[in-house]
Design a binder for this molecule. Structure first.
Ligand code: XUL
Length: 552
C-alpha cells in the first residue's frame, strides 16, 4: 500500500490529507486539521495572526508553524500506519516570509529526536515574526520598487514577474524589513517562504523554492523561472545570496529527516518541494489543462485556472503564478463574494432557501436592473471605498438577489478574459457552490458547463497529489498529471449544470453593458442608461420568463 501525505499550512490551521494511490485502490484515507489559536494558544494569535492595533499589519510567529508540524506529525503517527508513507509534500499561505540566521543550516541538519522541534529551532531566526499575505503596510516600498524599474515600471514588473507590485508580495515586504531593521536584515542568512520553511523542517536542510510560490514574490522571472536580477536589485542589497534556489515543482528535495523517523516512526519518505496554497489547489480541484477554470465562492470569490503560456494582464489586476504541472496558472480575486451575497440576503430579510427561490423566479437579464455590489473595498476592479451603484429600473426584493449574482458572474467573466481564450468547464468550490441556482447563472454567463467539487481541503489534497506525482516521476519521468488526478480529484458527475443557449446569448450582450456601468461608476465613461433601456426593450422573451419557465 502506497500512501502520500499532503500538508497545508494556511493562515489559521495546519491540515493533513493522506491519500492511497496504487494499482487497485485510489482514495482519500484521512483528512485532519489543527487550528493554531485552539491548539497552540500560547502564541496569542487570533485566527492565526498576531493582534495589532493597526489593521494594515499582518504578522504571525513562524515558531508556531514549526510547533504545529511537530504536533501534526505525532497525531498522524497515532492515526495511520505512517510506515507506508512513500512521499510527503505540502503547501502554505502564499507570500509570507521567514528570516533565518547563519546558525539555521547546522540546526536543521542536526535535529535531535529526543527534544521538541521548537526548543531546537528557536534560536535560528533573525526575525521572530513573519509578515503574511494579510499585511498591507508596504505601499511605499511597492512605489519605490516600481519607480526604480524605470518608466512604466509597473507594466515591466507585471510582464516579467506575473504581477505588478502588491503590498502582500514578498519583495516589497523584504524591502520594508531591510529599511526598518538593517542590522537584522544583515544577520539574515536565508529568506524562506512559509512553504520552503516547512519543507526545510521536514527534510532537515535548507529547502529550495519552486516556481509556483516563488512567483508570489515580485522577484521571479516567469520565463526563465529563476530570480529576475533587476527586481532583486530594486528590492534590497545582497538579496540574491539570501534567497533559496528555484527548482522544478516535482523535485525530490531529500528524505524525511531522522528526527521524524525516530520520533514518529515515519520511513525515509521522499520530500517533494512545497508550493503555495493556490498552485496546490489547482491540482487539488482537478485542473490540469487550458479551458478549465475553478471558481471558488468563498468570503471572497476567486477564479483560477491553468495556462500553458504565461500571458500577463496589463491592467494590473490578477496574477500569473507557476503551476505544479511546470506550466502556469492565472488567478483573479474578487473581494465582494459571500460578503455581498450575504448583505443582500439579510437586507431583503430572506433565508438561503428564499434567496435561491428568488433567483429561480426572476428573469435572466433582470429586466435591465443592474447593481455594482461593492459593499467592501474591491480588489477587481480596484475600488478603494465601499459603494453600491444601481442602473436600469428600480430593484428591491428578488430583483436585488438576481442583480448581485448576475453582477458577480459578469464581473468575473469580464475581468478574467485575459486568462484564457475559452472556458469550457468550470469546477465550482466553496460554501456558495452548493446553491444550484447560483451555478446556473454561472453556467449561463460563462457559457460553460459547471461541475461542483466536494473536496473541502483542496490545497492539502493538491499537496498529497503533488507528493504522489513527484514520487512517481522519480521512477517514470513521463508520468502524466491526468493519471495522478483520476479517481481522486474529480467533480461530482451528478452536480453538472449546463448553460442554456438562449440565456448564454443574452448574457453575451449584457456583459459589455455591465462593463460600461463599471466604467461609469469609476468615472471613466458616460452614463449607460440609454443603452440599458434599449437592451431592456429588446428582452421580449425574457419579460415572459415566468410563463416560459412554466412551459418548460
Ligand atoms: C494569494 C493570496 C492568498 C493566500 C491565502 O495571492 O494572497 O490566497 O495565498 O493563503
Amino acid at each position: 500500500m502506497a500512501l502520500y501525505l499532503g500538508l497545508d499550512s494556511s493562515t489559521q490551521s495546519l491540515t493533513a490529507v493522506v491519500i492511497q494511490i496504487d494499482d487497485d485502490e485510489r482514495r482519500v484515507l484521512l483528512e485532519t486539521s489543527l487550528n493554531f489559536d485552539e491548539v497552540l494558544p500560547h502564541y496569542g494569535t487570533r485566527n492565526g495572526v498576531l493582534p495589532d492595533a493597526d489593521p494594515a499589519v499582518g504578522l504571525a510567529p513562524p515558531l508556531m508553524w514549526a510547533e504545529a508540524l511537530d504536533v501534526m506529525m505525532g497525531r498522524l503517527a497515532d492515526a495511520i500506519d505512517v510506515r507506508q508513507v512513500a512521499a510527503i509534500s505540502g503547501s502554505a499561505q502564499q507570500h509570507g516570509s521567514v528570516y533565518l540566521n547563519a546558525s539555521a543550516t547546522a540546526t536543521l541538519g542536526s535535529l535531535d529526536a529526543g527534544r521538541p522541534l521548537v526548543d531546537q529551532v528557536r534560536g535560528a531566526f533573525s526575525r521572530d515574526t513573519s509578515p503574511i499575505w494579510m499585511d498591507s503596510t508596504t505601499t511605499e516600498e511597492c512605489g519605490e520598487i516600481t519607480a526604480s524599474l524605470g518608466a512604466a515600471g509597473d507594466v515591466r514588473l507585471a510582464r516579467a514577474t506575473g504581477s505588478r507590485a502588491f503590498e502582500r508580495f514578498t519583495g516589497p515586504q523584504i524591502r520594508r524589513f531591510f529599511k526598518r531593521d538593517p542590522l537584522a536584515y544583515e544577520a539574515t542568512d536565508r529568506i524562506h517562504l512559509v512553504s520552503s520553511f516547512m519543507a526545510s523542517l521536514l527534510a532537515g536542510c535548507q529547502a529550495p523554492l519552486e516556481p509556483g510560490d516563488a512567483s508570489g514574490m515580485n522577484l521571479m522571472d516567469l520565463t526563465t523561472k529563476q530570480w529576475w536580477p533587476e527586481a532583486i536589485a530594486a528590492t534590497a542589497p545582497s538579496l540574491a545570496s539570501k534567497l533559496p534556489p528555484i527548482v522544478d515543482p516535482w523535485t525530490c528535495i531529500g528524505v524525511l529527516a531522522p528526527y521524524w523517523q525516530i520520533r514518529c516512526g515515519f520511513p525515509a519518505a521522499s520530500v517533494i518541494a512545497w508550493t503555495g496554497d493556490n498552485p496546490s489547489s489547482l491540482v487539488g480541484v482537478g485542473l490540469a489543462r487550458d479551458g478549465q477554470v475553478a471558481i471558488s465562492l468563498g468570503t471572497s470569490d476567486t477564479v483560477f485556472g491553468p495556462m500553458s503560456e504565461a500571458r500577463v494582464n496589463d491592467s494590473g489586476t490578477g496574477h500569473v503564478f507557476g503551476a505544479p504541472t511546470g506550466a502556469y496558472m492565472a488567478l483573479t480575486c474578487f473581494q465582494n463574494g459571500s460578503l455581498a451575497r450575504e448583505r443582500v440576503r439579510t437586507d431583503q430579510g430572506m433565508s438561503w432557501a428564499e434567496f435561491s427561490q428568488a433567483l429561480a423566479s426572476t428573469p435572466p437579464g433582470n429586466g435591465g436592473h443592474m447593481m455594482l455590489p461593492w459593499f467592501a473595498p474591491e480588489i477587481t476592479p480596484p475600488i478603494a471605498a465601499p459603494s453600491i451603484h444601481r442602473y436600469g429600473p428600480a430593484g428591491g426584493g428578488g430583483s436585488d438577489v438576481r442583480a448581485v449574482v448576475e453582477a458577480q458572474m459578469m464581473s468575473m467573466a469580464f475581468h478574467t478574459r485575459w486568462m484564457t481564450d475559452r472556458i469550457d468547464v468550470i469546477h465550482a468550490t466553496g460554501g456558495a457552490a452548493v446553491n444550484r441556482e447560483i451555478l446556473q447563472v454561472m453556467a449561463d454567463v460563462f457559457g460553460a458547463r459547471v461541475l461542483r467539487l466536494t473536496v473541502g481541503n483542496s490545497a492539502a489534497l493538491g499537496a498529497a497529489l503533488r507528493a504522489a506525482h513527484g514520487h512517481r516521476r522519480t521512477c517514470e519521468p513521463r508520468t502524466e498529471w491526468a493519471d495522478v488526478l483520476a479517481g481522486v480529484a474529480e467533480p461530482l458527475a451528478e452536480s453538472r449544470v449546463d448553460p442554456d443557449p438562449d440565456r448564454q446569448a443574452m448574457y453575451r450582450e449584457m456583459i459589455p453593458l455591465y462593463a460600461l456601468c463599471e466604467a461609469h461608476a469609476r468615472g471613466r465613461a458616460g452614463d449607460p442608461q440609454e443603452l440599458i433601456e434599449q437592451f431592456s426593450r429588446a428582452l421580449p422573451a425574457w419579460s415572459h420568463w415566468n410563463k416560459l419557465q412554466g412551459e418548460r
